[in-house]
Design a protein around this ligand. Structure first.
Ligand code: PMM
Length: 291
């Protein structure tokens, strides 16, 4: 274990801003993809009004955070310019922030991060962990937004060929630690950062399950953890075979992962279907409250 990991573990994590501290349970982040082609709900919420209505539905179900995305990270997805991405997400962010929702924006682009933060988003969710846009970390430092720094390798086009690890937990932890150092060097404050193992990003099913089973090793980095397993392909291995190709048939398995992630100490889970995961994280909190 590196010296810094030991030091962080000993100091304990620095807290997130008040609005994002856990209310005695793991938080639930609901997903609104304003894209025609995402992993699991591609196209469903592509219209601005439909996306806003869906986000309101997630908030009504209890979502603590709404994560708005305008660019699909699916391999082979059509590329989107930052301008197109911003045009998709900005009206949704403005409306939700005005209504008092805690808004996160799923973007790898610094220009988008800057604009949505001005429009009221509190969280920048960067699946590239600062690798896609060299301006991202300095922008996050300037805006003061909470920064979800996710592990990935390569790009959506190349990531499947980079899913090669001798020890996936040690390597993801080391690479997250390096990305965190880079973000801090760019001026991001440690208390702004949430880490995410990036399930499915340059990882196969075995890698994803191994990371989930070792969240404690990632928590040793001393930052809150976000877990995004929702409807991902690796869950098809635990649903009945006839439903293996149906992303929507993975919601019960997603909720089970939410419960186990919460029990393992995750700060938040990122999910498409909020209600079952809200129950799941409450189950975990009740269970742990009686130990
Ligand atoms: N997964 C997706 C998109 N954004 N963000 C974070 N922080 N963590 C994730 O695991 C993650 C993400 C891909 O899933 P989707 O296309 O179904 O939203």
């Amino acid at each position: 274990m590196s010296e810094r990991v030991v030091r962080r573990a000993a100091m304990g994590p620095e807290p997130l801003p008040e609005a994002l501290r856990e209310p005695g349970r793991t938080l639930v982040m609901g997903v609104v993809n304003v894209t025609p082609d995402s992993f699991s709900d591609g196209g469903q919420w592509f219209d601005t009004d439909v996306a806003i209505a869906h986000a309101r539905h997630l908030v009504a179900q209890g979502a603590d955070i709404v994560d708005v995305g305008g660019e699909s990270t699916r391999p082979g997805a059509a590329p989107v310019t930052p301008e197109q991405e911003l045009a998709r997400v900005l009206p949704v962010v403005e409306t939700l922030a005005r209504e008092g929702a805690v808004v996160s924006v799923d973007t790898v682009n610094a220009a988008t991060a800057e604009a949505v933060t001005e429009a009221g988003a509190l969280i920048v969710n960067d699946v590239s962990g600062g690798l896609a846009d060299p301006q991202m970390t300095a922008t996050v430092a300037r805006t003061g937004a909470v920064y979800v720094l996710q592990h990935w390798r390569g790009t959506p086009e190349t990531m499947n060929s980079l899913a090669v690890y001798d020890d996936v937990v040690a390597e993801v932890r080391a690479e997250l630690s390096q990305r965190l150092d880079e973000a801090l060097a760019a001026g991001v404050r440690e208390e702004q950062v949430v880490l995410d193992p990036g399930l499915g990003f340059a990882k196969d099913a075995t890698h994803n399950w191994t990371l989930l089973a070792h969240l404690d090793a990632l928590l040793e980095l001393g930052r809150p953890l976000l877990v995004g397993a929702s409807r991902k392909r690796f869950l098809s291995g635990v649903v009945p075979p006839r439903l293996a190709d149906e992303p929507l048939a993975r919601d019960a398995a997603t909720a089970a992962v939410s419960a186990l992630s919460a029990a393992a100490g995750a700060w938040a889970v990122r999910v498409h279907e909020v209600a079952p995961s809200m129950d799941a994280v409450r189950v975990a909190a009740a269970w742990q409250g009686h130990r």
